[in-house]
Design a protein around this ligand. Structure first.
Ligand SMILES: C[S@@+](CC[C@H](N)C(=O)[O-])C[C@H]1O[C@@H](n2cnc3c(N)ncnc32)[C@H](O)[C@@H]1O
Length: 464
């Protein structure tokens, strides 16, 4: 297998011969996957940013790049289950192990539990990496532990041995922490679809494109994809690198989940009386939804896109490059520089836990905790209050999150709807053709039903 130069294994050899000893080169795909896990655990890197960077730098063969991706994302998603298995085999708390050795054990265990990699290959390649990266002693431990993992069988066999039941079993079987299992159950209204939803959330997502300034059918032909079922601008890709497509390179198309497309389109579809020339995207970074709003708005509509973070606003500028009549501002949506009632339509795609987009950010499920929810709800509530102040009477706010968590979604929208100057616009009639999307008067997309992120959608009108 191809890959970057092997790491030095330490000083050896004669005085004058400082060349490293001859050994088979390290496996490039596995080393790249390890480097992603290492970046995530040592520097809180984001796997979905670090992996593409490493793949570009190392120029792996497509087959190796695909394996590195499967290994890195899979091992990050499965961390809870992998650690539960390892904890039964290591005679000390996992937190006391060398962090690099723990990441290597996770990589090896993932191959044994989920990928059906032959035991000798999974063990030998991991031991080689452990010897090169951590040293000979730890590589012996890796060898002993991984042999025991292999002897215990695959994931199903290990789950039986761990003897978990209830939410713990669901959590281990679907690679989610238990608090997220509980949050999804509440959002789904029960257990009927819970396991299917969590399993869909554990699978690698399909790549979706949005045809902003190119005909959707032409984009489907160019990319070899198929038109998406819900958004008239969506193309779903079977595979391949979307970054190589001419339409994506030129900015005429972009990568965007079909659920995010629907969220932006919903705002444009809300019925409105009176003027309709000023639109605001109040939390716009990095600019995915603003890019679609800019492309589909009727002539004469001015779009303002704001973000509190200057670097995110810069990304929005990139996403809106070439669009006329747009303005990007760095602003805190809670204390906006624009006058009250300045806009006819406002999109508030609020910062949230991201529990509905875990498929794209495999490590986030282990980084987030239930304590994150409260402060985010406070921020969402303040931003929604301010968004409602930013629309004119009769204007519309779309409140959107990429989380289905009840506290961040229905509760925030209900609290705003309880005001005597706000009414809820039912979203289902505006999403005709999308089955199973109603969550009361609001909307909820799901990976297992719609093949999208779990986006929450609400429309609120300011009445006076
Ligand atoms: C969910 S993301 C928005 C995604 C974006 N709508 C898109 O489709 O690409 C939330 C954004 O809100 C921004 N944000 C967080 N707090 C904010 C605030 N108080 N005012 C304005 N923007 C804020 C974050 O920087 C982040 O870029």
């Amino acid at each position: 297998m191809s890959g970057p130069p092997r790491r030095p294994a330490g000083p050896r050899g004669g005085r004058r011969d400082r060349r490293p000893p001859r050994r088979a080169p390290l496996d490039g795909a596995r080393l790249t996957a390890y480097d992603v896990l290492d970046g995530v655990s040592a520097r809180e890197a984001y796997a979905n940013l670090l992996l593409p960077q490493l793949l570009r730098e190392r120029d792996l063969e497509p087959r190796d790049a695909a394996f590195a991706t499967q290994l890195a994302y899979g091992a990050l998603r499965a961390q809870g289950t992998l650690d539960a298995v390892l904890a039964t085999l290591v005679d000390r708390p996992l937190a006391d192990l060398d962090r690099r050795l723990l990441d290597l054990l996770r990589l090896g265990t993932y191959q044994l539990l989920d990928l059906r990699v032959p035991a000798h290959a999974a063990v030998a390649t991991t031991v080689d990496l452990a010897r090169a990266i951590v040293g000979p002693g730890p590589s012996g431990l890796a060898n002993a532990v991984l042999r025991k993992v292999a002897a215990g069988g695959d994931r199903a066999a290990w789950l039986a041995q761990l003897g978990a039941d209830g939410d713990r079993r669901l959590a281990l079987a679907t690679d989610h922490p238990e608090w997220i299992v509980a949050a999804w159950r509440e959002a789904l209204g029960g257990d009927a679809e819970l396991e299917a939803a969590l399993l869909a959330d554990d699978a690698a997502p399909e790549v979706h494109l949005v045809a902003r300034h190119v005909d959707r059918d032409a984009l489907a032909e160019e990319s070899g994809g198929t038109p998406g079922p819900w958004s008239p601008y969506a193309v779903r890709l079977g595979g391949g690198d979307p970054g190589r497509l001419p339409s994506v390179r030129s900015g005429a198309a972009a990568v965007q989940d079909e659920g995010s497309q629907l969220a932006a389109l919903l705002l444009t579809r809300a019925p409105l009386e009176g003027p309709d020339g000023r639109w605001l995207d109040v939390c716009a970074g990095p600019g995915g939804k603003a890019g679609l709003l800019a492309a589909v708005r009727p002539a004469g509509v001015h779009l303002t896109a704001a973000d509190r973070a200057p670097h995110r606003a810069e990304l929005v500028r990139g996403a809106l490059a070439g669009e006329d009549d747009v303005e990007v501002v760095v602003a805190d949506g809670r204390e906006p520089p624009w006058a009250p009632g300045s806009f006819d339509r406002v999109l508030l795609d609020a910062p949230c836990t991201g529990l509905g987009a875990l498929r794209r950010r495999p490590e986030v499920r282990w980084r987030r905790g239930p304590d994150d929810v409260g402060p985010l709800v406070d921020l969402q509530t303040a931003l929604l209050d301010s968004a409602l102040a930013s629309v004119r009477p009769g204007g519309v706010v779309a409140y959107v999150t990429c989380s289905p968590h009840a506290a961040e979604t229905v509760a925030v929208a209900d609290a705003a709807a309880a005001r005597d100057d706000v009414e809820v616009l039912p979203v289902v009639p505006l999403l005709d053709g999308v089955p199973g999307v109603g969550r009361g008067s609001y909307g909820q997309l799901w990976p297992h039903r719609h093949g999208t992120d779990a986006m929450f959608l609400a429309l609120l009108r300011r009445t006076r």
